[in-house]
Design a protein around this ligand. Structure first.
Ligand SMILES: [Zn+2]
Length: 232
C-alpha cells in the first residue's frame, strides 16, 4: 500500500493506493469479503462508483448522502465532508487524487477514455466550485508506457489533444501510450501547476505488486481511497 498525506489550510487529506498484497477491492465482490478488507484501510462505509470511463463527477455532502450515492454511475467523487472515505478502483487506468488548498478532496478514474472525455477537468471544476483556489494532484500506479501498446490511430487522437509527450514505445518497440504523460498534460490543461503534480511511477502491468487487466487479465482491482482526516 502506498500512502500519501497532503496538508491543506483546514485539514489533512489521507490517501491510500492499495496493491495486490492488500487484496482484491473489486466492487462486485461479496460484502462479506469486501467489507473487512475495506475496514482495514478505513472503517467507515466507502463511497464507490460504477465506473464507465466517462467524465461524471459525484459530489458527496455527508454520510447520509454517501450511503445514497454509493454505486452511482460516474468516474469521480468530490467531497468536503470530514472522515468520509471516497474511492475509485483500477487495474491499469490512472487513479488520480486531487486536493484543493482549503481541504477539498477528489478522486478520479482516468484511463485514456476518461482523459479524453474530460474527467480530470470536470473534477478540478467541481473542486473549484467547492472553494478550491489552487489544486494539487497525485497519479497512483497505472500501466507504464513500456507495457502499453496502443493503436496508432488512437495515439494520434490523444497526441492532438495532449501533445507529443504521450507518444512512447513499448519494451518490444511498438507504438505505446504514455498514460502518465497523458494524465499530467490533462491536469496541466485543467489549471494545475506542473510542480503540484506527483506521478508515482509504478507500472501495474510489469510490477507483480499490482493487479493488471491488460497484462494478466486479472479481475482484481486496486483501490485509491482518500478521506479528510479528523482534527486531533
Ligand atoms: Zn510496465
Amino acid at each position: 500500500m502506498i500512502s500519501r498525506s497532503v496538508s491543506t489550510s483546514t485539514t489533512t487529506i489521507e490517501a491510500r493506493f492499495t496493491g495486490a498484497d492488500d487484496g482484491d477491492f473489486f466492487v462486485a465482490l461479496p460484502a462479506s469479503e469486501l467489507g473487512p478488507r475495506r475496514a482495514l484501510v478505513h472503517p467507515r462505509p466507502w463511497v464507490w462508483l460504477r465506473q464507465v470511463h466517462g467524465a461524471g463527477v459525484v459530489e458527496v455532502a455527508d454520510a447520509a448522502a454517501a450511503e445514497r450515492l454509493a454505486g452511482t454511475e460516474a468516474d469521480a467523487v468530490v467531497t468536503v465532508a470530514d472522515d468520509l472515505p471516497v474511492a475509485i478502483h483500477t487495474a491499469d487506468c490512472g487513479p488520480v487524487l486531487l486536493v484543493g488548498d482549503s481541504g477539498q478532496l477528489g478522486v478520479a478514474h482516468a484511463g485514456w477514455k476518461g482523459v479524453m472525455a474530460g474527467v480530470l477537468g470536470e473534477t478540478a471544476d467541481a473542486l473549484r466550485r467547492l472553494g478550491a483556489l489552487r489544486l494539487q494532484a497525485v497519479l497512483g500506479p497505472a500501466i507504464g508506457p513500456e507495457c502499453y501498446e496502443f493503436s496508432p490511430d488512437d495515439l494520434s487522437r490523444l497526441e492532438q489533444r495532449l501533445g507529443p509527450s504521450v507518444r512512447a514505445t513499448t519494451s518490444q518497440g511498438n507504438p505505446a501510450l504514455d498514460m502518465r504523460a497523458a494524465v499530467r498534460q490533462e491536469l496541466i490543461s485543467a489549471g494545475i501547476e506542473a510542480d503540484d503534480i506527483e506521478v508515482i511511477e509504478r507500472c501495474t502491468a510489469c510490477d507483480p505488486g499490482f493487479f493488471s487487466h491488460r497484462a494478466r487479465v486479472d479481475r482484481g482491482r486496486q483501490a485509491l481511497v482518500a478521506w479528510r482526516a479528523l482534527e486531533e
